[in-house]
Design a protein around this ligand. Structure first.
Ligand code: NAD
Length: 289
């Protein structure tokens, strides 16, 4: 078997086209355009790469993008005050706080300070609660990206064996709930599964396998079920190359569908962040569709 590659860029392109039209229509209707404010505390080379990509993609769609940089000595209270000011500013549609935050700032408290209606990343406890209930409007972007990629294969999740490796708040946990909401039989593996030595047993059962760990080629091709759909969220730098968490070259001989790294999940994540901003705009203006 030679797997079909799931190219995030292609799916992102279609979503962006639709968003562009929607933003035009919203502008026509309200006289306003969505505005995303990104807050960076201190200087971090990795988050600067994300910020540049967010800005470029936002502006290409007609979303205004504002970067607010606070000094590295900013306090938790100072950051929360800044967020509260933006919560009250009707010209701000979405807020994103770039991670990592400096030591001593409690990121959970910071995320909880963002208005749930302006929560571009879908990481406010209220929005995560709606993911559990199955009626979320603002969903964590990487988990959404994995779902879009799976859905692009035309696979029906109902009754399928889905295995998620990684249980982080930002990817694995919300994704496992999205899969459950579609009635996939969902198993979540994590560090303790790996330490117990039973990761291969779980991977072998997966018709849908999603890996979000951050360890280069942790998942061996011989564990992969023939005909599986494999979504590799991991991004790992090995020398001057980026690789995923799955042994890609050999895994693509066994899988039916597989995401490359880079080029799979990554390009979709930023697009879905921007789709969340458009959704937030509609929620704030009580526009339903
Ligand atoms: P995290 O460090 O918060 O979580 C890692 C998870 O992997 C944990 O649940 C941990 O228990 C589990 N784990 C660690 N070692 C394991 C092992 N040996 N066996 C089984 N499970 C193990 O990471 P995260 O923020 O969820 O990110 C995971 C990866 O996804 C990283 O490489 C990150 O760069 C990437 N990522 C990509 C995107 C994107 O847009 N493409 C977005 C977010 C994260």
């Amino acid at each position: 078997m030679n797997a079909t590659l799931l190219q995030g860029k292609e799916i992102a392109g279609k979503i962006k086209e639709a968003l562009k039209k929607e933003i035009e229509a919203l502008k026509h209707k309200t006289g306003l355009v969505p505005r995303l404010v990104s807050i960076q505390v201190g200087d971090n080379a990795a988050s600067s790469v994300y910020i540049n990509s967010q800005k470029k993609n936002a502006e290409a769609l007609g979303i205004e993008y504002e970067l607010k940089v606070l000094g590295a000595s900013a306090t938790e209270e100072g950051l929360i005050k800044e967020i509260e000011t933006m919560n009250g500013n009707k010209h701000v549609t979405g807020i994103i706080v770039q991670l990592p935050l400096p030591k001593g700032i409690d990121h959970r408290r910071v995320m909880s300070a963002i208005s749930p209606l302006k929560d571009a990343e879908g990481m406010h406890p209220e929005n995560l609660g709606h993911v559990l209930l199955g009626d979320a409007k603002l969903v964590p972007c990487t988990a959404q990206a994995a779902m879009e990629l799976i859905e692009s294969t035309g696979t029906k999740l109902y009754g399928k064996e889905a295995v998620v490796i990684g249980h982080s708040e930002i990817v694995g946990k919300p994704l496992s709930l999205l899969l459950l909401n579609k009635f996939a039989t969902t198993t979540v593996c994590h560090i303790a599964t790996g330490e117990r030595g039973v990761l291969p047993d779980h991977v072998k059962t997966a018709e849908i396998l999603i890996v979000a760990v951050g360890k280069a080629e942790l998942i061996k091709s011989e564990w992969i079920r023939t005909g599986a759909t494999v979504i590799d969220v991991g991004i790992n730098r090995v020398g001057d190359k980026l690789v995923g968490d799955v042994e890609f070259e050999k895994a693509k001989e066994k899988a039916a569908f597989i995401t490359p790294v880079p080029g799979g999940v990554g390009p979709l994540t930023v697009t879905l962040l921007l789709r969340n901003v458009v959704t937030a705009f509609k929620l704030q203006h009580e526009i339903r569709n």
